[in-house]
Structures are given as structure tokens and as C-alpha cells.
Design a protein around this ligand. Sequence first.
Ligand code: ZN
Length: 149
Amino acid sequence: MTNDRTPHWLVQLRFILLCSPVGIVLALILAPWAIFVLPAFFGTLFVFWQASRLFTNGFVKLFDPEGHEAIRRSGGDPFYDSIGVPLNNDSEQVRVTGRKPNTNCPGCHQPVLVKANKPFRCPQCDAHWHENNWWRWTGSKWIVLKMGR
Ligand SMILES: [Zn+2]
């Protein structure tokens, strides 16, 4: 399945890198024990990260089993999808659908994701993507807003 989300390992790597100055300063202060301090520091970070993920996903699964199932079906992960900038820079749409917008709505110029032969209705301006063209209902008839994507 295609997925435009930031890969999980990259989000985790950014987290580790962001925290690493603290570990390095700690290792410099406690120089003689640096060989123990560094693995302990990064080990703690890793355990903390995994525990946070387990907790977040467990929490979502417990209180919103259907939401959890829907996120899973779209290829998401409640924990990684909820992480903000700068660790995860995905847009709201990528977080929810897993896909980047591939065009702009001709009605309101919002970036949207449309697929060939799959009808879509713009939530902003009610333009319709149908039979691979953009349409608008004028109140009495359908007019083509734009041919193709
Ligand atoms: Zn629109």
C-alpha cells in the first residue's frame, strides 16, 4: 500500500538526534563514566519512546477501538501520527489518509487528493470530482469546472 507518511524510523531518529546534545553534555560532565552514561542515556530514550508508543496506542485502542481500527486500515499509527513538528512534519491530510495531495481543487484551490475513477467531493467548496473531471452543481445543472486533474 502506498504511504506518504514520514517513516517511523526517521521520526525516531530525529527524536534521538534532538536529545543527543543532552546525552553528550552529560557524558562530558561525567567523562570517566561516559562509556556507561552514553548507552544508559540512549537506552533510556529508546525505552521511553517505546513505552510512550505502547501507552498512546493502547489508550486509543481501549477508548476508541473503531478509530484505532480505521487508523490501522489507512496504514497509520496513532502514536506516530500524533507527533508534531519538528519530529513529524506531515500535513494533516497525510496523517489522516497517508497520501499527499496530488492536485488543487479548481473551485477553492485547496490541495486535495483525487484518484482516477473514484468520485470525490471537496469539503471546502463542494466541487465534485467525477468521471475524472471536476464538476459543480449550479442549482439547475452540472457544469464542468475543469477537464481532468
Ligand atoms: Zn474546493
